[in-house]
Ligand binder design. Structure first.
Ligand code: PLP
Length: 427
C-alpha cells in the first residue's frame, strides 16, 4: 500500500498542512506542458504564439508561470484582466476575448495598454473604435469568426455555425467587411486578423485541420474580394486531455507541431502569407497537473450502490453535474490495493446531482478518513467553483521538488461575509 506523491510530496502531508478539499498542482507538469506547446509550435514560415486561456484556471501564480514560460494570455473579463495586471503580466501579450464586453472593460483594456482585443460582433467593433478615439489609445484587434466546424473529443461536424453566440459566420463575408470598416478606418485600432475556436476536449487533428483549411481559404477570399488582409490567425484552444482511460489525447507538443505543419501546407495551397499563427490552450496546460484531494466521510449502501461521501463536491467542481464530465480517482492512501468494489463518489452539497464520479473502482477497504484523489482536476474546476451552500473555495497549492507553496488560501466563512451590506440606497 502506498500513498500518492504529488511534486515529490506525500499527499497525507499536504492534507495535514492544508486541509481538504485541496487542489494541488504538480508545478513541473504545468511547466512541461507549456514548454511542449511552445517548442512544438514552431514554423520557419511564420511567427507562432502560444496563448494560455486563463478561464481554465486563473490566479496570480499561474499567470506569472505563463509569463515566465514566454506564453501570452487570453482573458475574457475585467476580472481576469485585473488579476493579470496585478500579477505583473506584460499587457501587450494579452488577448481580450468575450461576446459582450462592457464599456468599462473595453476602457480598462485600453487604459492598461492591453495588446489585442478579439472582437466578437459589429456593435463591439463600433464601440471599441469610439472608445479608442476617446481614450486616444492604440490597440490591435482580431475578429472572431465561425468557420462552421464544431469538434468534440474525436468527432467533428461541419455546421453553418450560424447559431453560436460567439463570432460571426465566415459565410457572411459582406457583413464581416462592414463590421470591420470602423476598425479599418480608425487611427487607433489596427486590424490584425481572424480568430476561430471550434470546441473543447478535442483529441483528434481532423477538426482543427478542417478549420484551418476553411479559415485560410476564407482569409484568401477576404483579401481577393475586399482587399482586407489578415496577417494573424488564431485557431483557439480545445486540446484534449486524459480524464479517464478511454481518453487518448495527442500529446500537446505533437498536436501543436501538426497544426503548424497543416497551416504551412494550407498557406502554400492558397498562396497566403500569414505573419503569425496562434493557439490558445487552457485545459491542456493545467488540467492533468491538478489533483483534487478530498477526505472521505460517511458512506452508504443502497440496494444498488455503494456511496462514498467526500468533503467537497459540485461547489468546487461543477463539471460532472453541469455536463456529465467524467473523471478517474483513487484512494490516495491505498494505491496498489486491489480495486474490488464500485463506488459512487458523492459530494456534500445539497443537490441530488452532486455526484463527482458515478462509478469508480476502488478498494473495498475504503473508509472514513481516507484521502480520495480526483485526477486531472486542474481545469475548469476551481475557476467554475461557487459558494453554493456557502461552501468556501478550496485551498490551492503548487508542489514541486518536494516543496509546496500555497497560491490561493482556503475561503473562510468571514471571506464569504465580506460582501454583506446594509446600506440605504439613494435613488
Ligand atoms: C476562445 C477560446 N479560446 C481558448 C479556449 C480554451 O479552451 P481549452 O481550455 O479547451 O483549451 C476557449 C474555451 O472555451 C475559448 O472559448
Amino acid at each position: 500500500m502506498a500513498n500518492l506523491q504529488i511534486g515529490g510530496i506525500d499527499c497525507r502531508d499536504l492534507a495535514a498542512v492544508s486541509g481538504t478539499p485541496l487542489l494541488v498542482y504538480d508545478e513541473s507538469k504545468i511547466e512541461q506542458q507549456l514548454a511542449a506547446a511552445i517548442q512544438g509550435f514552431q514554423s520557419e514560415h511564420f511567427e507562432t504564439e502560444v496563448v494560455y486561456a486563463a478561464k481554465a484556471f486563473s490566479c496570480k501564480a499561474i499567470f506569472r508561470k505563463i509569463q515566465e514560460a514566454g506564453a501570452g494570455l487570453d482573458v475574457v473579463s475585467g476580472g481576469e484582466l485585473y488579476c493579470a495586471k496585478e500579477a505583473g503580466v506584460d499587457m501587450k501579450r494579452i488577448y481580450f476575448h468575450g461576446n459582450n464586453k462592457s464599456d468599462e472593460e473595453i476602457s480598462m483594456a485600453l487604459e492598461l495598454g492591453c495588446g489585442t482585443i478579439v472582437l466578437d460582433n459589429r456593435m463591439e467593433c463600433r464601440r471599441l473604435c469610439q472608445l479608442a478615439e476617446e481614450h486616444k489609445k492604440n490597440i490591435q484587434v482580431l475578429l472572431r469568426v465561425n468557420p462552421g466546424v464544431e469538434a468534440h473529443t474525436h468527432e467533428y461536424i461541419r455546421t453553418s455555425g450560424a447559431d453560436s453566440k460567439f463570432g460571426i459566420s465566415i459565410e457572411k463575408k459582406e457583413e464581416i467587411r462592414q463590421l470591420l470598416q470602423p476598425a479599418l478606418d480608425s487611427k487607433y485600432v489596427e486590424f490584425k486578423g481572424f480568430h476561430s475556436h471550434i470546441g473543447s476536449q478535442i483529441t483528434e487533428t481532423e477538426g482543427f485541420s478542417a478549420a484551418l483549411e476553411i479559415m485560410i481559404r476564407f482569409i484568401r477570399e477576404m483579401k481577393d474580394i475586399y482587399k482586407i488582409e489578415a496577417k494573424h490567425l488564431s485557431i483557439g484552444g480545445g486540446f484534449g486531455i486524459k480524464y479517464t482511460a478511454s481518453d487518448k489525447p495527442i500529446p500537446l507538443g505533437d498536436m501543436a507541431g501538426m497544426l503548424a505543419r497543416i497551416c504551412e501546407e494550407r498557406m502554400a495551397a492558397e498562396g497566403i502569407d500569414l505573419e503569425k499563427l496562434l493557439i490558445e490552450p487552457g485545459r491542456s496546460i493545467v488540467g492533468e497537473a491538478g489533483y483534487a484531494l478530498y477526505t472521505v466521510g460517511f458512506g452508504k449502501d443502497t440496494d444498488t450502490k455503494h456511496f462514498l461521501f467526500v468533503d467537497g463536491g459540485m461547489s468546487d467542481n461543477i463539471r460532472p453535474a453541469l455536463y456529465q464530465a467524467e473523471y478517474s480517482c483513487d484512494i490516495a492512501t491505498r494505491l496498489g490495493e486491489k480495486k474490488d468494489r464500485t463506488y459512487c463518489i458523492a459530494g456534500k452539497n445539497c443537490e441530488s446531482g452532486d455526484i463527482l464520479i458515478k462509478e469508480a473502482e476502488l478498494p473495498s477497504s475504503a473508509a472514513e478518513g481516507d484521502l480520495l484523489v480526483i485526477y486531472a482536476a486542474g481545469a475548469y474546476g476551481y475557476s467554475m467553483a461557487s459558494n453554493y451552500n456557502r461552501a468556501g473555495r478550496p485551498e490551492v497549492v503548487f508542489a514541486k521538488d518536494g516543496k509546496a507553496r500555497r497560491v490561493l488560501r482556503r475561503e473562510t466563512y468571514q471571506d464569504q461575509l465580506r460582501l454583506e451590506a446594509d446600506e440605504q440606497l439613494t435613488i
